[in-house]
Ligand binder design. Structure first.
Ligand code: BGC
Length: 382
């Protein structure tokens, strides 16, 4: 009997010991994965501006996609995505260091506002009061003025969420800044998801009525740093109309049908195939067919690398800007020279000059209301 018990007991003890060790190891592994997940936002010093520390955040997702964001101007300094062969490259224009952004930048990767795009003659009247903004684009006001949201230091905090990780940015734009009425309290969440999306959630509140129109100003080049411009990229825009503009790029108020014009991107079309028929190149606001609902509005595809970026938003417009003013005077990341059409912007927005255009969707935010919308840039390959 004794030997029988011994026979059973010993293997049982060994089994329990092995099971215990296995369990311990697994717990350790789980802990590690949790920690690894926590670590997918890295915060480093990127310099100093106005005696405030500037950070560079590196966010990496499960697929190896990587995004760099700084709290100076809320700038996305790089987006690393794979091509159809799995080779990663940076698909946005910008500089290698903060100095580049401080010297001169055509809004590379920035958050733009308080009013993205143009306001005619830098003036608007609201509730009977005329407001004068900085004229920083000829006689017009562009992208929030001389020191817009792209040039201020945002408070920044990294976060983890269900679908990824990111950076929360906050900025309180004081009453009167760049001529705008009201203290505007702005929050932007940048999230890199594990579905290879860069999600941007904008929100703002004010204590006086004021126009608000925020956007993101990345210059995409899906060819990466290969030295090719964007003219071979294929673009789809789900819009039947665009806002007609005058020679200073201010809307005339007319919404024109894109049919049988070089403005029609309802079928995916190579950008370079008709750009010469558009004076100055594409720099137009499209009237989206999304009916104000969050939906896919645009797709950009580079047939050579196979890279794709799809844009989703609930905003009524998107500015397609084909980098017409890039002229080779900027040498960007990795010493690449940014010549004409070297990058393009897909800026989700309300229509330009809305505060002066009674027929355009409203852009006035009033106390007690919340400005809120989301745009997603989703990357993939074909
Ligand atoms: C505008 C262009 C402007 C550019 C500035 C774009 O959003 O549509 O007209 O020149 O920003 O870099």
């Amino acid at each position: 009997m004794k030997t029988y018990i011994k026979k059973i007991y010993k293997p049982m003890l060994i089994f329990l010991a092995v099971a215990f060790l296995y369990n311990c190891q697994n717990q350790q592994k789980n802990q590690q994965t949790k920690e690894e997940k926590k670590m997918n936002v890295i915060k480093e010093n990127f310099g100093n501006v106005d005696n405030k520390e500037i950070y560079l955040f590196t966010i990496k997702n499960e697929n190896g996609m990587e995004v760099n964001i700084t709290n100076y101007g809320g700038i996305v300094t790089s987006i690393l995505v794979p091509d159809k062969n799995g080779d990663f490259d940076d698909v946005v224009l910008g500089y290698d260091n903060l100095d580049g952004y401080l010297k001169e930048t055509p809004y590379f990767g920035a958050i733009v506002g308080r009013y993205a795009n143009r306001i005619a003659k830098g003036k608007f009247t609201l509730d009977g009061v005329e407001y004068i903004l900085a004229a920083n684009n000829g006689e017009n006001h562009l992208h929030g003025g001389i020191k817009g949201l792209d040039k201020v230091v945002w408070d920044a905090e990294e976060f983890q969420s269900e679908d990824g990780a990111g950076v929360k940015l906050h900025y309180l734009s004081p009453d009167g800044e760049e001529g705008y009425p009201g203290n505007l309290d702005i929050t932007v969440f940048y999230t890199l998801t594990n579905s290879n999306e860069l999600k941007i959630e904008y929100s703002a509140k004010t204590d006086k009525p004021t126009p608000v129109n925020l956007t993101h100003h990345s210059y995409f080049n899906l060819a990466g740093t290969s030295g090719r411009d964007i003219l071979e990229h294929v673009l789809f825009i789900d819009a039947d109309k665009y806002t007609v503009i005058d020679e200073s790029l201010i809307p005339t108020g007319e919404l024109r049908d894109v049919s049988v014009t070089p403005m029609d991107f309802r079928k995916p079309t190579t950008i370079g195939s008709r750009i010469n028929k558009v004076e100055g190149g594409y720099d137009h606001n499209y009237v989206l067919n999304n009916g104000g609902e969050f939906a896919k509005v645009t797709e950009l595809y580079d047939p050579v690398s196979g890279r794709i970026v799809e844009v989703f938003t609930s905003e009524p417009g998107i500015q397609f800007y084909s980098g017409n003013f890039l002229d080779g005077s900027i040498t960007g990341k990795k010493d690449v020279v940014y010549s004409k059409h070297f990058g393009l912007c897909l800026e989700t927005q309300h229509f330009p000059d809305s505060p002066n255009q009674v027929n355009f969707p409203n852009t006035i935010l009033r106390p007690g209301e919340e400005y809120k919308y989301t745009t997603v840039y989703k990357f993939s390959v074909r």
